[in-house]
Design a protein. Structure first.
Length: 388
């Protein structure tokens, strides 16, 4: 007798993207650089953009544009960090990367430039590592040295570790964001599929952390007087936050996967409790109910939520001029939803807007310096897509 996939997830804790992906489709055929994905472009689809596939990667997870150059850093979950010269279409492997625990959802994670990258070439990156007691997410910083033909990380130094390390290979979170004033590093930390630690202020599982740029707890955090690791915590009650971004007004937003339904976009505020696992607009994989968010329940309700799941894998806030009608709005890459989704942000209010079906799980969304959008498809295709 076939066992339902969701029941397997509930019994084993194994996930791909929160146990919400449909059966994996065959990968698309190789795409030459510059190929226009004509059956999915803007023509005749109602989409205000065209899509060009420009490259393909192996289990891509994150990307970031480097200031002052037409260069794109891309992480692959297996542990590779790649530097792509956008003008030449040439990619080189960055050496000096950390060893990663590549299993389940674990591996090399996010990458962002530091606030002073133009002068110090410092980048921040995250990964999953093996540790006593299981695995954990780690954040490190290093200097990126490149001469155009080679690239390497020097002085790689882990500055933050998820507490505690635990068994399993899911819900690491480990998205990164720098505050608008350049003074603080924010880190998302998943609940590692352990549920209750998200409510435990003695753990950094299921939290958003606010750190100094060297990884130490930032002054003024809501539980600073309690000592480590509690003094790192900015907000708590999160499940699997895989997107983290500031809007132009300085508000911090996250996107996170709910259980069976209940995916969320949240306005992140200091000291607030976002409810997991005591409140969710979804339900457990085995069908057990979870109380919905309700006024007065003591938990912060999501700004926007989805049921059934769309599995948000990333989040950005759009600042550019190529799509001026979207300036200040958020974009989510949907994994099981296989879509690009726009969230209309008005002050501290989030409203679901357009959802464009793209036919493949979208792991990452990023805005280029010229205001165009770039997407990474997830592992079963792995294409780098350019939206204009």
């Amino acid at each position: 007798m076939a066992i339902p996939r969701l029941l397997i997830c509930a019994l084993t804790g194994l996930t791909l993207v929160g146990c919400t992906l449909p059966a994996v489709k065959p990968a698309s055929p190789p795409v030459p650089t510059g190929h226009r994905d004509s059956h999915r472009n803007g023509s005749g689809t109602g989409r205000p953009f065209s899509i060009t596939a420009v490259d393909r990667f192996n289990e891509p997870w994150a990307m970031t544009f480097l200031p002052g150059a037409d260069h794109l850093l891309i992480t692959e979950r297996g542990g590779a960090l790649l530097l792509r010269d956008q003008a030449l279409g040439k990619t080189i492997t960055v050496t000096g990367t950390p060893a990663v625990a590549h299993a389940g959802q674990g591996g090399l994670g996010d990458v962002i430039p530091g606030p002073n990258y133009a002068t110090d070439k410092v980048i921040y990156l995250s990964w999953a590592e093996n540790a006593e007691g299981g695995t954990r997410a780690v954040v490190g910083r290093a200097v990126l040295e490149t001469d155009g033909t080679t690239a390497r990380l020097t002085g790689l130094n882990p500055i933050w570790q998820q507490t505690p390390a635990t068994t399993g290979s899911g819900h690491f979170g480990h998205r990164l964001a720098i505050s608008p004033d350049g003074a603080h590093l924010f880190v998302s930390s998943g609940d590692r599929q352990k549920f209750d630690p998200a409510q435990d202020l003695g753990s950094t599982l299921g939290k958003v952390l606010r750190l100094n740029l060297d990884g130490t707890p930032a002054a003024g955090n809501p539980f600073a007087e309690r000592g480590l690791p509690t003094s790192e915590i900015w907000s708590y009650g999160h499940r699997n936050p895989l997107g983290l971004a500031f809007d132009p007004a300085g508000n911090l937003w996250d996107s996170e996967m709910g259980p069976r339904g209940g995916d969320e976009v949240n306005l992140i505020q200091p000291g607030r409790n976002y409810g997991w696992p005591q409140a969710s607009n979804g339900s457990h994989y085995d069908g057990r109910d979870i109380p919905d968010h309700q006024p007065g329940d003591g938990f912060e309700a999501p700004g926007a939520s989805w049921n059934p799941s769309i599995s948000p894998g990333s989040l950005i806030n759009y600042r550019g001029s190529r799509f001026p009608q979207w300036r200040g709005d958020a974009f989510v890459g949907a994994l099981s939803g296989e879509a690009l989704i726009r969230i209309d942000l008005e002050g501290t209010t989030a409203t679901k807007a357009e959802q464009w079906d793209l036919g493949q799980p979208i792991r990452e969304v990023e805005e280029a310096p010229d205001g165009t959008l770039w997407l990474l498809e997830d592992a079963n295709s792995g294409r780098l897509l350019h939206l204009t």
